[in-house]
Design a protein around this ligand. Structure first.
Ligand code: SF4
Ligand code: SF4
Length: 307
């Protein structure tokens, strides 16, 4: 992997939820965690993937003839992809006029990404916004991350990283100096429950994650916690208290963002030929989380619901 390139699955403009002001989000592909509620499953694997949006398919059949590997066929009038045969050549994508097929994940150079994010400089300047690198896990592609953030800062662009914090400290520390804000995802307030929550594929321990959060905060870097509230997993009163207790140990904490669980990511699993792990879970509404805001206020913590 070159230090000047990263596998990127999306660049999203005009975001107002991922750091201050108007921001461009750069999503790096590949994550060591496998959270079952992940709303960006296309960011999990550290390799490109073929994505198929069935709702856009007109059934024209152009992709069948285009595929050199014989990986596409119609079965009961429905298009099926044999992902074991697919070599990601992209011929079917070029043949598909309605853009039902795409490759999630593209290698991009620092210069290419800079060219894209520079397009909205005027919005960053007017709103005190900037660039947020998210994922996947940004620290999983540290060389690109460092080079890119450094280049952004050299051009006067403010920077943020959204991370789940699961990386060696020696990877994280040198990159912090190029970053104005860390958005730090906490999955559960009890680090010992991380392995279970993160699922069976890679289930990681939360201890390193909590340790890294403490180290970042103790160095005085601006830090905001992000917490996706999942019904039945981490939404109990004891979870709330534990999260606030942990937040109070972090000097320099700016805010806690609560992200209520939603099902918007479910269709993406189907697009990638995977089952959504949490199909039957009910989404949460803003009012379900207002008690978190009220109790946070009593503890002098700025708790915000992000929807
Ligand atoms: S990416 Fe290439 S091999 Fe895979 S289904 Fe499309 S055409 Fe076939
Ligand atoms: S080329 Fe696109 S629209 Fe046509 S059958 Fe294939 S996926 Fe569907």
């Amino acid at each position: 992997m070159s230090e000047g390139r990263a596998l990127i699955f999306d660049i999203q403009r005009y975001s107002i939820h991922d750091g201050p002001g108007i921001r461009t989000l750069v999503f790096l592909k590949g994550c060591p965690l496998r959270c079952p509620w992940c709303s960006n499953p296309e960011g999990q694997k550290n390799e490109p993937e073929l994505a198929f949006r069935r709702s856009l398919c007109t059934g024209c059949g152009e992709c069948l003839g285009a595929c050199p590997a014989g990986a596409i066929r119609f079965q009961d009038h429905s298009l099926e992809i044999d992902r074991r045969k697919c070599n990601l050549c992209g011929e079917c994508v070029s043949a598909c006029a309605p853009e039902a097929l795409s490759i999630a994940g593209r290698w991009m150079s620092v210069e290419e990404v800079l060219e894209k994010v520079e397009r909205d400089r005027v919005f960053y300047e007017a709103s005190r916004g900037g660039i947020t690198v998210s994922g996947g896990e940004p620290f999983a592609q540290p060389r690109f991350l460092e080079t890119f953030l450094k280049a952004c800062k050299a051009r006067g662009l403010t920077t943020a990283i959204e991370t789940a914090g699961y990386a060696p400290w020696k990877t994280i520390e040198p990159i912090l100096q190029h970053c104005d804000l860390i958005l730090y995802d906490i999955k559960h307030p009890n680090p010992l429950r991380y392995r279970q929550l993160a699922g069976e594929l890679t289930g990681v321990s939360g201890e390193r994650i909590f340790d890294n959060a403490g180290r970042i905060a103790s160095l005085g870097f601006p830090l905001a916690l992000r917490y996706t509230v999942i019904p039945g997993f981490n939404d109990g009163a004891e979870d709330r208290e534990a999260l606030f207790r942990f937040a109070k140990t972090l000097p320099g904490i700016r805010r806690i963002d609560l992200l209520p669980y939603h099902r918007l990511g479910e269709s993406k699993y189907a697009m990638l030929g995977r089952d959504s792990p949490l199909k039957k879970l009910k989404p949460l509404a803003r009012q379900d989380l207002e008690i978190w805001v009220a109790e946070g206020k009593q503890k002098d913590l700025g708790v915000h619901i992000v929807m």
